[in-house]
Design a binder for this molecule. Structure first.
Ligand code: GTP
Ligand code: MG
Length: 370
């Protein structure tokens, strides 16, 4: 049978051990931090915090990571690759994405674009690819880090007339930390001052060596403005995706990550989600970061209403109680009651963490003043 110490139980409940000890005391149980607790005591405390105990093992259903489970071989199918465009400010990331979209999205669809969410899908050789744009400005480090975490492939855009710059290096580091393949897009080749050799030379310092120089990094010279080289880039993306053998299970509750979210005057909380596994459906009870709700409406990257979104699909949803944060994870739960319980519990934990952080800060201030 499972047993837990006070410290372990406190950790699972995201509480301070001292608080759990106090609560135990109030319930008539005397315990020290490393003491093993009996099942009854664990249940008593857990129930008090609104957490359910299953088969003698404490299931912490407030930790969204527990929903990110692996699927067995038989249930997975090929999924589109997620490609994140990163690089230094003004090196042409958004222009590159616009160019890809214009050449690959059919006329009718292009007309339908009303919501530009910095995330969209195109079809190349019958294969879907999901693209995520990221900002290059120095201030958006966390957005780039998050982009790298949800991506399968990182495209690092380097302007051929400007070369490797601080956020180029930062993007490389994020991609390496996330252990995803890197493709270098040497952009602005149409410019007089373009010097691709210099870009290649500079990148050797970061162990990104082109095949022509004996390395294994893919470099694609292109011009996002004229469209030259875009097809080569797409071809490389398809090649790398095939090697990755990306799979997901469309027949499970959706899980994924928030790309961006904001409060809209008319629609309330609006969140762009990347479905990473499973299928998200209108009406699904969902926990997103520290908030929860039911998916009221879903809009795809073309601004069209959709009823479901499979693996690797970006969608904008409404129906959340509050605005989550970019990078937050989400999970669809079996019923609305559980979604509410998990969401409220997470909000509570976040509030508590914030409070203890604040009191720590004010204590520090106090010491500084002394
Ligand atoms: P941030 O999102 O702010 O980091 O910038 P970005 O990387 O998305 O750059 P953006 O696409 O906004 O392009 C910046 C400028 O470079 C714009 O004026 C583009 O027109 C220009 N530009 C982008 N690609 C090319 C290119 O291939 N050739 C030339 N000549 N100009 C380009
Ligand atoms: Mg941009």
């Amino acid at each position: 049978t499972e047993s837990l110490t006070v410290a372990e139980l406190a950790k699972k409940l995201h509480r301070e051990p001292s608080e759990v000890i106090k609560k135990l005391f109030m319930l008539g149980v005397m315990a020290t931090i490393n003491q093993d607790l009996e099942k009854e005591a664990i249940e008593l405390i857990a129930t008090d915090y609104g957490v359910e105990v299953e088969e003698e093992i404490l299931v912490d259903n407030t930790d969204l990571d527990t929903y990110f489970t692996e699927d067995d071989e038989g249930s997975v199918e090929e999924r589109p690759s997620v490609v994140t465009i990163m690089g230094h400010v003004d090196h042409g990331k958004t222009t590159l994405l616009d160019s890809i979209r214009n050449t690959k999205v059919t006329e009718g669809e292009a007309g339908g674009i009303t919501q530009h969410i910095g995330a969209y899908q195109v079809t190349v050789d019958g294969k879907k690819i999901t693209f995520l744009d990221t900002p290059g400005h120095a201030a958006f480090t966390t957005m780039r880090a998050r982009g790298a975490q949800v991506t399968d492939i990182a495209i690092i855009v380097v302007a051929a007339d400007d070369g490797v710059m601080p956020q180029t290096v930062e993007a490389i580091n994020h991609a390496k930390a996330a252990e995803v393949p890197i493709i270098i897009a040497v952009n602005k080749m149409d410019k007089e001052a373009a010097n691709p050799d210099r870009v290649m030379q500079e990148l050797t310092e970061y162990e990104l060596v082109p095949e022509a120089w004996g390395g294994d990094t893919i470099f694609v010279p292109l011009s996002a403005l004229s469209g030259d080289g875009i097809d080569d880039l797409l071809e490389m993306i398809v090649l790398v995706s095939e090697v990755e053998e990306l799979k997901a299970n469309p027949n499970r509750n959706a899980i994924g990550t928030v790309i961006e979210a904001q409060l809209d005057k008319g629609r309330g909380s609006v969140a762009t989600l990347l479905v990473q596994n499973g299928t998200l459906r209108v009406g699904d009870p969902i926990v997103v970061g520290n908030t929860f709700g039911r998916v009221r409406a879903m809009v795809n990257d073309l601004g069209r209403r959709v009823k479901d979104a499979g693996p690797s699909t970006p969608v904008e949803i409404t129906g959340l109680n509050d605005v989550p944060q970019a990078g937050d994870r989400f999970a669809v739960l079996d019923d609305e009651k559980t979604a509410r319980a998990v969401g409220e519990s997470r909000a509570q934990q976040a509030l508590q963490a914030q409070r203890s952080e604040k009191s720590r800060v004010s204590l520090d201030n106090l010491f500084e003043q002394m």
